[in-house]
Design a protein around this ligand. Structure first.
Ligand code: G6P
Length: 349
């Protein structure tokens, strides 16, 4: 197994850098299996994506992708909450479990509950031979290679890629999905250049002395905002709160004081005008606006320029957040691969 650091100082940064290659591998090796998953979804009546932590955010992103690309309602439920909703399950239901390790106890319990009710189970899982892999009726392996850092990075973008591709297959537009994923490969490479990383490091330097930061996104960028906040807080211990841009006025804006860092995900999709107006509200309260966008908008105090990749934006836009978590942890003298209190996989309750 490839467990060496390949010259990188930590697994986290090594695994962040592996993402374009993982994505290429998915594009080359996975379309046939994604077609099988699409077939399972089209035969089911009620599909649920379940996962924990980062995999839970991939599940949420999946429900947006299926909605917009395949016009299909696919539920997403945090695996630990699934047992309180299992009453919806029938023999025609499909549960798609997402997990890097395939050992997360809440995911396994959700799958067992689904099986008890006669539902079908599919798995998007990185570790072959894991409990989830063995329990599932159908497995789509993530092909991401071993993930050693406690933070999940390449397994996350691998799940997003497979969900995007499956949604396009359901829609009869597989080639469009593959084309988008190739664009995402290029976009990832651009977000991993030394020049881009220097920009992220400069933001990390400014964030090091702060206690709080906020992250907003809408639509496809809402799960990205949640995952970005998780990446920042779990490794750097900076409190980061991700939320949908439209919720600002329902509470969070009360917390914004002069100088508070606010990350704004603003792809060139239908969310652009509304998210930028949210950014302006934050700025008018003194928020320091860091924009992740293909365009340098007037409201940004700092611009992190990402490639324009259409509906694949969640795959590319998460990279600046992964890098930020890494560089913040390094700057604070923390171990980026082993954050306090966290385990790579939570196998006991
Ligand atoms: C732990 C890890 C997270 C991971 C989550 C789900 O909390 O620290 O990085 O996202 O478990 O793990 P899984 O292996 O099921 O994807």
């Amino acid at each position: 197994a490839d467990t060496s650091l390949d010259g990188f100082p930590h697994y986290l940064i090594k695994e962040i850098h592996e993402q374009p290659r993982v994505l290429e591998r998915i594009i080359r090796e996975h379309p046939a299996q994604a077609r099988e998953l699409a077939e399972l979804i089209s035969r089911s009546y009620g599909t649920f994506l379940v996962g924990c932590g980062t995999a839970g955010y991939a599940a949420l992103a999946g429900s947006y992708l299926f909605s917009r690309i395949a016009r299909r309602h696919v539920n997403s439920v945090v695996a630990s909450e699934f047992k309180y909703q299992e009453h919806f399950l029938t023999e025609r239901s499909l549960v798609i479990a997402l997990s890097q390790s395939g050992e997360t106890v809440d995911v396994i319990e959700a799958v067992l509950a689904a099986k008890r009710r006669g539902a079908r189970v599919a798995a998007l899982v990185n570790v072959t031979g894991s409990t989830l892999d063995r329990l599932a009726d159908f497995t789509l392996p993530l092909l991401a290679g071993p993930e050693q850092s406690v933070l999940s990075t390449k397994a996350y973008t691998a799940k997003l890629a497979l969900l995007l591709l499956t949604a396009h297959i359901l829609n009869g537009s597989e080639h469009v999905g593959l084309d988008l994923l190739w664009r995402a490969v290029d976009g990832m490479v651009r977000a991993l250049t030394p020049d881009f990383q220097d920009r992220v490091k400069a933001v990390a330097d400014r964030l090091a002395d702060h206690q709080h930061c906020f992250v907003i996104g809408r639509g496809l960028s809402y799960p990205t905002a949640l995952e970005a906040a998780l990446k920042i807080k779990e490794v750097s211990y900076l409190h980061a709160e991700g939320f949908p841009g439209g919720e600002l006025k329902h509470g969070v804006i009360a917390l914004v004081e002069p100088g508070v860092p606010c990350f704004v995900f603003s792809p060139l999709d239908e969310t652009r005008a509304d998210i930028l107006s949210g950014a302006m509200e934050l700025q008018s309260r003194g928020g320091w606006i860091i924009g992740v966008s293909p365009e340098d908008e007037a409201v940004f105090d700092v611009h992190l320029p990402v490639a324009e990749v259409g509906d694949a934006s969640p795959l590319v836009n998460v990279i600046p957040a992964q890098l930020l978590g890494y560089y913040l942890a390094v700057r604070k003298g923390l171990d980026p691969d082993k954050p306090r209190n966290l385990a790579k996989s939570v196998t006991v309750k």
